[in-house]
Design a protein around this ligand. Structure first.
Ligand code: HEM
Length: 207
């Protein structure tokens, strides 16, 4: 018997993973309410912006890591956590953008449109969000069936989106680039693992 089987996956692993993905958000809310012995500091809007942005990026990278880790470990069941993780990345990205639109910009649409058009890092963020929404909407089985082979092509966009997000992060950093650099290295490794796998599949040694 292999662990976890389908039933255990549905009853244990998935709910645990769901709670784990939600935990950072719960932590943010507790801090915002002053219940975690640590509030959001002098600028809670900026703290929320950074926190939700970084968790959206982390979960996006975890989504991309699931396939290579599954290949390395042979844990096929990991695939079943991929969609949920990707949707959580979209959830944190939506919270990030809502925080920008409402408390930060006060829904001043003229200023928001000017920001999107004139601040390149915001333009990249908006493109990444649009892509994530498209992938979120089409992540259901119904869309998989409807799009057929095109579904896979569309969902490969996740790599482009991840590049846009790391770029978005990189561009808004003022001086020390260590943090975005670390995420860029992780993303390069994930992209690299995909390319290596493709080459291996194409390379068929002579018998
Ligand atoms: C319309 C879309 C977006 C807007 C308007 C936006 C806006 C912002 C703003 C204002 C900041 C903070 C800049 C600062 O602290 O000076 C930021 C940082 C960040 N954003 Fe976005 N963003 C968008 C989309 C996204 C998406 C889709 C993701 C991830 C999936 C993302 C991830 C990040 C990250 C990782 C940071 C850096 C956080 C840190 O400094 O720790 N953003 N974004």
């Amino acid at each position: 018997m292999s662990f976890p089987n389908r039933r255990q996956l549905r009853r244990i692993v998935k709910p645990v993973w769901f709670m784990a993905c939600l935990a950072p958000f719960a932590w943010l809310i507790l801090r915002a309410l002053g219940l975690a012995g640590d509030d959001l500091g002098a600028d809670p809007i900026e703290a929320t912006q950074d926190f939700t942005g970084i968790w959206a990026l982390r979960l996006l990278l975890v989504t991309l890591a699931i396939t290579p880790v599954r290949r390395l470990t042979g844990f096929i069941w990991l695939t079943q956590l991929r969609r949920m993780t990707g949707l959580f990345a979209l959830f944190y990205a939506s919270a990030h953008v809502l925080n920008y639109l409402v408390p930060d910009q006060g829904l001043n649409w003229a200023a928001i449109i000017e920001d999107i058009l004139e601040r390149p890092f915001i333009t990249l963020g908006a493109l990444a969000l649009t892509g994530l929404i498209a992938l979120g909407i089409t992540s259901t089985r119904g869309w998989q069936v409807r799009l057929g082979k095109r579904w896979l092509t569309l969902h490969r966009l996740v790599y482009v989106i991840a590049i846009l997000v790391v770029w978005h992060f990189w561009w808004q950093v003022k001086e020390v680039i260590t943090e975005p650099l670390i995420y860029a290295v992780i993303l390069t490794a994930l992209l690299g693992s995909r390319l290596i796998k493709k080459k291996r599949v194409r390379f068929k040694p002579d018998a």
